[in-house]
Design a protein. Structure first.
Length: 294
């Protein structure tokens, strides 16, 4: 576990009601509150401010409390660098897609411009996705690294983890299936909303205890325990870091469970007016995305 992770339990990045032009970080006063749902329901969410300006250097708790005006992604686009993503990492998802269990992780990249905020910021489907209506959702758990990593062993991998959050790996299926590489079809602006909070690695010593769900317009589309992962968190960090420097702030999307729209019969995609939620419980809470068109 990264040393920074010992300084907090859950952090949020947000603008306060007292000054909506300012960006702050802090810890929700209510340790059990689902921050994503509370913001969605227009509840006041008091936050104890930290002295730092980033979850990568949070500083210490101050004596000041502010209420959330707008919830932001836990890290800024300038902090995440190139976003690392793992495809086909749940046994049951490989089965629903009629694909063999991979021997090594499948890796693709998203640019930092794909990073996006949770509700109330919208998730935008680009024109190329609208053309055939094959925009899709993927509920995912995200690893956040707290220090630079390279050639990390599996035994040491968890020492680099700052914490965990949730993501929606928004995808354009026609573009994805038409190419051998997935960076284009999954890398459009805003195609990687993350949040609502960053949970310290200290709070989640065993990631397999988490449950992830994806809900479209209130209907459960994905529901799976992280015991179904093909490649564990240590394995992924070790694999992605081989011969590659991963700066502090690197985020790794760990794959999606079964139930994606492209695998439904009939297929069921996301369109303007839809709402998609990623629940990562306990502790992380609910990432809410309202879909709009470019």
């Amino acid at each position: 576990m990264s040393k920074i992770a010992a300084a907090f339990s859950r952090l949020v990045r947000f603008t306060p009601k007292s000054n909506p032009s300012k960006i702050l970080i802090g810890e929700p006063v209510d340790a059990s509150l689902d921050v994503g749902l509370a913001v969605y329901n227009n509840q006041d969410v008091p936050v104890r401010l930290f002295s730092g300006s980033s979850v990568l250097a949070p500083g210490s708790v101050t004596g000041t409390t502010e209420n959330i005006h707008r919830l932001l992604s836990p890290l800024a686009a300038s902090e995440v660098g190139t976003i690392r993503c793992i495809g086909l990492n749940y046994v049951s998802h490989a089965n629903e897609m009629s694909l063999p269990i991979p021997d090594v992780p499948t890796l693709f990249l998203k640019p930092p411009t794909s990073l996006a905020d949770p509700y109330p910021s919208p998730t935008i489907l680009p024109k190329i996705t609208q053309a055939d209506g094959t925009g899709d959702y993927e509920a995912e758990m995200v690893i956040v690294l707290g220090r630079e990593a390279k050639d990390v062993s599996e035994d040491e991998a968890l020492d680099y983890v700052l914490g965990y959050t949730a993501a929606n790996d928004v995808s354009s299926r026609t573009s994805q299936m038409g190419q051998s590489q997935w960076c284009f079809s999954k890398g459009f602006d805003g195609a990687c909303p993350i949040g609502p909070v960053l949970v310290s690695a200290r709070e989640i010593p065993d990631i397999s205890k988490l449950q992830i769900r994806g809900l479209k317009n209130g209907r459960v589309m994905q529901d799976c325990g992280l015991t179904d992962l093909i490649f564990s968190v240590p394995k992924l960090i070790s694999f992605v870091s081989q011969g590659t420097t991963l700066p502090a702030g690197t985020i790794i999307l760990t794959g999606t469970p079964p139930g994606v729209g492209a695998a439904k019969k009939p297929q069921e995609f996301i369109r303007a007016g839809d709402e998609f939620r990623v629940e990562l419980l306990p502790l992380v809470g609910t990432l809410i995305n309202q879909i709009e068109e470019q």
